[in-house]
Design a protein around this ligand. Structure first.
Ligand code: DAT
Ligand code: MG
Length: 203
């Protein structure tokens, strides 16, 4: 059975009862084509008028996640949830970048070992976009200490010690903005339209 998003049904009913059968027909026939070509259905607002879905966050797969070949599984979780990947790169982090990233932790006793761990191998750093993405990805990542992280979270499923907790996720919208600017240049982030944009939420 072909599934149509609620917004299409709503418009079809409105058009049908107001006697615009031609428009109704074109709405229905146009839907699969629009889907295939990654366009929004007729009458939908453009992404520039959708501030509620434009939130972004920084997620990094730490060296233990990369070494343990967990990159694919971790990315899959965020894709599957419906978030949009707008930036991705792999790099060996410098101590300088890391000290800016973790500036609030510099005085902590574990800071030297955190730096050692984070600079021990490549990391995969990403920017994800979507509605309430900061809060949702924090929940998906789980408690800082994997011993307390729930099963089903990334840390709860893939790790057991706070010193090797596999992923980083920004903890606030402001923090996310700061971290994204630290790790990415604006030109490295892509604005693109997901073909499922009208399927995954009503805007
Ligand atoms: P989170 O990564 O959940 O945002 P955080 O910002 O408080 O947590 O700490 C950053 C990282 O520092 C964390 O992911 C792992 C490390 N860390 C935190 N507390 C630690 C501790 N008590 N011992 C060792 N490493 C710790
Ligand atoms: Mg943090």
């Amino acid at each position: 059975m072909v599934m149509f998003p609620r917004c299409i049904f709503k418009r079809v009913f409105q058009q049908f009862y107001s006697g615009h059968q031609e428009t109704t027909k074109s709405l229905l026939s146009g839907f699969p084509t629009a889907l295939l070509h990654g366009q929004r259905a007729a009458g939908h607002r453009s992404s520039s008028s959708l501030p509620s879905v434009s939130e972004r966050t920084l997620i990094a797969i730490k060296p233990d996640g990369v070494q343990r070949r967990l990159v694919g599984q971790i990315i899959q979780r965020f894709e599957q949830r419906g978030f949009k990947l707008v930036g991705l790169k792999m790099l060996q982090v410098s101590e300088d970048l890391l000290s800016q990233h973790y500036s609030q932790l510099r005085t902590k006793p574990f800071y030297p070992s955190l730096v050692h761990y984070m600079t021990s191998g490549p990391v995969v750093v990403m920017v994800w976009e979507g509605h309430k993405v900061v809060q949702a990805t924090r929940t998906m990542v789980g408690h800082t200490n994997p011993a307390e992280a729930q099963a089903g979270t990334v840390r709860g499923d893939f790790s057991f010690h706070v010193s090797r907790n596999v992923v980083h996720a920004s903890d606030s919208v402001d923090g996310a903005q700061r971290e994204i600017q630290l790790w990415f240049q604006g030109k490295d982030l892509l604005n693109w339209d997901c073909c499922d944009q009208t399927i995954t939420c009503e805007l």
